[in-house]
Ligand binder design. Structure first.
Ligand code: AMP
Length: 184
């Protein structure tokens, strides 16, 4: 049975495309699959990098893409002006809160420090019982392996409960991410 509660997914990913062409291919693949499955994209509204690639693929597939960007980043990150909805907000905190509120789940593709921060925040909010939304890491060419290892290290040193490793799921590709979100 597919899960009808997953209607909007927040995608965290790099504002650049990274070194390995497989990263960009994964962004395209995820965007296409979101559109195919009628799942709305919520993201940081950038026109460039992995962010722009996911959004372009969603829109090309006839899907909906909702961007949320603070005013001060609108020019620096080149906000995508062709989105279904573009919310320009006052701060990073408002952006993150709105992305959280608009989404039923979170998917992270490879990305930089901003992406890491966003993923960790959603994991820690889950740890604090603020939400129960799924968090899925798409580990293209094992990109998220060090993240898994770091969390294992935190748990094995008794700085977090063992349950922490169940708050997110690492999958190899976008197909597995969509399958996890819809079928568990
Ligand atoms: P990056 O992964 O560093 O390429 O950044 C990806 C996205 O995360 C960009 O839209 C950044 O604006 C955003 N970002 C950067 N720093 C933060 C932060 N501290 N909290 C939330 N998002 C951030």
């Amino acid at each position: 049975m597919s899960d009808p509660s997953i209607k909007s997914v927040c995608v965290f990913c790099g504002a650049s495309v990274g070194k390995d062409p497989a990263f960009r291919a994964a962004a395209e693949d995820l965007g296409r699959r979101l559109a195919e499955n009628g799942i709305r994209l919520v993201f940081g509204a950038g026109h460039v990098g992995m962010m722009g690639t996911v959004a372009d693929a969603v829109l090309a597939g006839g899907g909906e893409a909702i961007g949320v960007i603070p005013q001060f980043l609108r020019d620096r990150e080149l906000a995508h002006e062709g989105l279904t909805e573009l919310h320009v907000v006052d701060s990073m905190h408002t952006r993150k809160r709105m992305m959280f509120d608009l989404s039923d789940a979170f998917v992270a593709l490879p990305g930089g420090l901003g992406t890491l921060e966003e993923v960790f925040e959603m994991v820690t909010w889950r740890q604090l019982g603020r939400h129960q939304k799924p968090i899925v890491l798409v580990s293209t060419n094992a990109y998220w392996q060090p993240f898994d290892k770091l969390v294992d290290c935190v748990v094995s040193n008794d700085f977090a409960h063992g349950d922490t490793t169940t708050y997110f799921t690492t999958v190899p590709d976008p197909s597995a991410a969509i399958d996890y979100l819809l079928n568990g």
